[in-house]
Design a protein around this ligand. Structure first.
Ligand code: ATP
Length: 422
């Protein structure tokens, strides 16, 4: 039986819309047509390179795998998706919708070129021309504008690690309800660690603040935990519908070991801090001995850990952005060797009192009993090896939260829930 892999991207605009909502509407069409069983697995929400300049918000693209009887059926689904996009999208400003699709006889054999393209699109900047060449080589078809990049990339998502998101929607032209932190805290405690990044103190993290139709999204490693929490909140806060996506969010898949500094690409660099300057806002500006510059924003909550770190050997990772110069926007930092050593005077060997230096002779004198001698100073290494990660509210979609460590790959063993769209 053949399969259709159908991807979409770039259907949202500054004033509204959301690509996940277009996919949701497509899935609802299948429900209404009695064809929901055609969906293989769950629809896929793929986040791409968070550092590209032309994204609107979270650089999301979406795809779905459908079982089909023949190519004619595939064309029908593509036409339906096209009509949906034409009706739902206001192509203003940067918005440039795109569709990508391919018909395969065996979904377990995704062309490695497609997977390569997906991996490149999450870490690097790719051109429409490259998307067209890859599509030609893998037999995929492309329709539309710049969105073809994300749409094609989403087709190449072959997860080794994955998570789920319960995405709920609000009625058009309604005010966003304020989600009570108490509700989220309670569910966070009950469903953790199988849901993540729900709340940071009193700050609710599941709710977007833009004009898009998303009411909230609950992310997690277990579809059943996100469904339980999502259902309760969807009911309480008046969602008009919801869907469960399988995603690459929280997997850290965008991390690479690239040690070169290329604009908008991911970098992971090791070096010794030779200069560390804090500006008036508390942001830290690092220069490493290899000339690499990195910016650690104060709101990540890790810059204070860096004080007195000049001379430390560190590993920094994040995306490269060209402002005045090329700098890594730090997502995380690890001190591999702490060079900071405190030198202090020893205690008096006679009475145990505090000792002070006497002039430049190297002599030390006891403040209590007056004993004087040339005795060595005490060298006390700070030995501060730390792994600094941002506070919860500063996580971007692809970054892997600490609570996920050890849960990698769990999602791939989770059976598909029987009710996954409403
Ligand atoms: P939302 O999260 O609300 O869906 P968005 O942040 O995903 O919005 P889009 O409007 O989809 O933003 O715009 C992103 C555009 O960038 C799309 O046209 C997509 O094809 C393109 N794109 C995505 N990743 C890359 C990449 N790595 N290189 C070049 N272009 C990319």
């Amino acid at each position: 039986m053949p399969y259709l892999l159908l991807g979409i991207d770039d259907t949202d605009w500054e004033g509204g819309g959301c690509t996940t909502y277009v996919m949701y509407s497509f899935i609802k069409y299948l429900v209404n047509e009695g064809r929901i069983d055609k969906v293989i697995g769950l629809p896929r929400l793929t986040r791409l390179n968070p550092y590209i300049p032309f994204k609107t918000r979270g650089n999301a693209s979406l795809s779905v795998i459908l079982s089909i009887d023949d190519e004619g059926e595939a064309e029908d689904y593509v036409e339906t998706m096209k009509d949906l996009i034409d009706n739902m999208v206001k192509p203003t400003g940067k918005t440039s919708p795109g569709i990508a699709y391919v018909v395969l006889n065996d979904v377990s054999k995704i062309n490695p070129r497609l997977t390569w393209f997906y991996e490149k699109a999450i870490r690097d900047v790719v051109t429409m021309d490259l998307a067209r060449r890859v599509a030609e080589r893998v037999g995929a078809k492309l329709i539309g504008g710049r969105g073809i990049i994300g749409a094609l990339a989403s087709l190449g998502f072959t997860p080794r690690d994955a998570t789920f998101e319960f995405t709920s929607y609000r009625a058009e032209d309604t005010e966003r309800p304020i989600i009570d932190p108490y509700d989220v805290k309670l569910w966070d405690e009950v469903t953790g660690p199988f849901t993540f990044l729900n709340i940071d103190g009193e700050h609710v993290l599941i709710e977007p603040h833009g004009p898009d139709p998303v009411l909230f999204g609950v992310r997690g490693d277990s579809p059943y935990h996100v469904l339980a929490m999502g259902n309760y909140l969807a009911n309480k806060y008046g969602a008009v519908g919801w869907i469960l996506y399988v995603t690459n969010q929280g997997t850290g898949e965008h991390r690479s070991h690239a040690s070169s500094i290329v604009p908008y690409r991911y970098a992971d660099i090791t070096g010794v801090i030779v200069s560390l300057v804090f500006d008036e806002h508390g942001h830290a500006y690092l220069t490493l001995d290899n000339g690499v510059k990195a910016i650690v924003y104060r709101h990540l909550g890790i810059s204070k850990d860096l004080s007195k770190c000049i001379g430390c050997l560190v590993q920094v990772w994040g995306g490269v952005k060209p402002d005045d110069e090329l700098s890594i926007y730090v997502e995380g930092i690890r001190v591999l060797h702490d060079r900071y050593v405190e030198i202090r005077n020893p205690k008096c060997p006679i009475c145990g009192g505090p000792m002070e230096s006497v002039g430049r002779s190297g002599l030390l004198r006891c403040k209590r009993c007056g004993f004087e001698d040339k005795i060595p100073r005490v060298f006390e290494p700070r030995n501060q090896w730390f792994y600094a990660k941002p506070r919860k509210s500063e996580y971007r979609h692809l970054m892997k939260p600490g609570e996920r460590i050890g849960l990698e790959g769990l999602a791939l063993y989770m059976p598909k829930p029987s009710l996954w769209v409403y």
